[in-house]
Design a protein around this ligand. Structure first.
Ligand SMILES: [Zn+2]
Length: 205
């Protein structure tokens, strides 16, 4: 395959990128100087070497000085372990942080499509259940907050998680809440402003 087609195909795998945009990226790279292309390929190479996935919340972080397999949030002893905020993706955490939340997180890694027969294939459901059972057994967990997008797929995912967690929450004595009013229909946490998230958090139910 010729190098232009090869790179176009790779860009097309990015979320939300179609063939036309993929070609524009390649054209842009061709028009840039070789130094820029070198920097880009170096940065991509190091992304794999210098990052790790947090064993507790599952988000990706730059390793830096963290050596215990935990990201800077999960490894911070002053965080409030009684609250666990469930989000769809890594980017949601940055936004919730700006709203002033100081509990802990778990990243699902997506949502469950409406027609799916196997929810485990789309989100980290098994990992979530394991994490919640461990936290609740240590009496650290008081409340689990479901911070899913106000979309049809987000609602669907929330219902499935609630159904799976309910027996555990009753047995281990923690409550399950969802973000309240404030997040408008169709909105994703990633794009909501911190004030909106703060108000949705304070009106959770
Ligand atoms: Zn973490």
């Amino acid at each position: 395959m010729n190098p232009i087609e090869r790179l176009t195909d790779l860009f097309e795998k990015f979320p939300g990128i179609g063939p036309r945009q993929a070609r524009r990226f390649v054209q842009f790279l061709l028009s840039e100087n070789p130094g820029f292309r070198g920097d880009l390929s170096e940065a991509i190479k190091h992304l794999g070497i210098e990052t790790a996935q947090c064993t507790s919340c599952m988000r990706w972080y730059a390793k830096g000085s963290q050596q215990n397999g935990l990201c800077s949030i999960c490894g911070n002893p002053s965080r409030d372990k009684s609250m666990l905020f469930i989000v769809e993706k890594d980017a949601d955490i940055d936004n919730v942080e700006h709203s002033g939340f100081r509990g802990l997180y778990f990243v699902l890694g997506g949502t469950i499509p409406l027609a799916s027969e196997e929810p485990e294939r789309h989100i980290r459901l098994r990992e979530l259940l394991k994490r919640v059972e461990a936290d609740a057994a240590k009496l650290q967990l008081n409340e689990l907050i479901l911070g899913l997008s106000a979309t049809t797929e987000g609602d669907h995912t929330r219902l499935i998680i609630q159904e799976k967690l309910l027996p555990i929450s009753e047995g281990l004595n923690f409550k399950i809440t969802s973000l309240g009013r404030g997040l408008s229909t169709g909105s994703e946490l990633e794009y909501a402003d911190p004030d909106t998230i703060a108000s949705a958090l304070s009106s959770r139910q």
